[in-house]
Ligand binder design. Sequence first.
Ligand code: BGP
Length: 472
Amino acid sequence: KFNDFPQDFLWGAASAAYQVEGGWDADGKGPSVWDLFTKLPGKTFAGSNGDVAVDHYHRMEEDVALMAEMGLKAYRFSVSWPRIYPTGRGEVNEAGLAFYEKLIDILLAHQIEPVLTLYHWDLPQALQDEYGGWEDRRIIEDFERYCVTLYQRFAGKVKYWVSLNEQNYNLTNAYQLGTHPPAVQDRKRFFAANHIAFLANARVIKAFRQHVPGGLIGPSFAYSPAYPASCDPKDMLAYENAEEFTNLWWLDAYCFGRYPQAALAYLRENGEAPEILPGDLELLREGTPDYIGVNYYYTLTYTDNPLGGQTMQRINTTGKKGTTPPSGIPGLYKTAPNPHLETSNWDWAIDPTGMRIALRRLSSRYGLPLMITENGLGEFDKLAAGDRVHDDYRIDYLRSHVKACQEALQDGVELLGYCAWSFTDILSWLNGYQKRYGFVFVERDEQGGSLRRLKKDSFFWYQSVIASQGKQ
Ligand code: BGP
């Protein structure tokens, strides 16, 4: 027997500006780092880019009508910084603000709670060019100015806010794997950029308290809880190392205003620790979140990695199963397959119990409310006869994860909502349009295609889950 979901539980779906909007230069928008990066040869699957994406910028009313039909209680979207400040700062672009205001008003008219993400990776290119983006402390002030512009405009309309989306995943790709802009592979610069992002995160949370009374704000973290490959103490130590280096480095900085001790000691020894100036940690402690946004897709299993062993590796961006190499830090940890779990075509372990574990770990360590801000299954969907998409594999995935939320509620976790990734099909940053996540199929070839919206089987399934408050 499970606890019922609370009456005000936010049954939601999520997206991000670059992945859905298109209209990349519409109405005064400036270029983001992704607008340029995706045009460089070999950076994304089949050279896909978000110039058109699924054209949500021009089809927003149609998309929200589908959300209303589904009965969605919340919609998480991100604001594109270069729509608001085309060069990152200076004159505000009223047309950009007007687009999001219209979206928010239409959502509210349908009783759909807007969940607004301030930053989902589309940094204004001008700030990357001028001072190197997240590697320079000047970004803190520019980011705060942009955020305060949104606070002032939307306080009173928007209650739930996400500060930074997946700082951990984005900057790991950007500064360790070299797979997101600016495509660097340098661990010292990686930790330096992260430290500055933590400071920016804390500053905008502090400012939020003045401008959005009654609102709630927190970062969304890409949480892949670590498992040890065995109970061999060597594997247990590898798991502890991985948990510090891949999770607690961010979570403890956000919520406690400090870095985990063993990881910090290791980085200091290696000359890779970030420069912590007087006042930095105090700022982090003044800008802790109201809740933690959890983006959960899979768990990772770790084993011992001797010196001279496995280093960080690129991720699977093809959907060819079994092609993901192990990845790690020599002397600390490396990933290992988990024989107990099935994987998706992208080698992501399907692990609903891992989500329950994730929610419990976060809730008991930080004592904060949580919101699942992303969870879903990316697959190759096929259009079947009668314009149907029979995505029973997605329904299975989502059903088991919704059940894990229910179990976590029973475990005493304060869970505000569940936002499936994603509402419509979207551009997957590195996997192009072939990796689909939506409840709504968007018919599209690489050139755009018809962009027709078609409801998948999972659309009707989620509709009934919402209508019955989680009974399935
Ligand atoms: C998260 C991002 C999302 C989304 C999702 C799926 O990391 O916040 O923007 O892309 O993962 O990832 P992918 O598209 O690589 O399958």
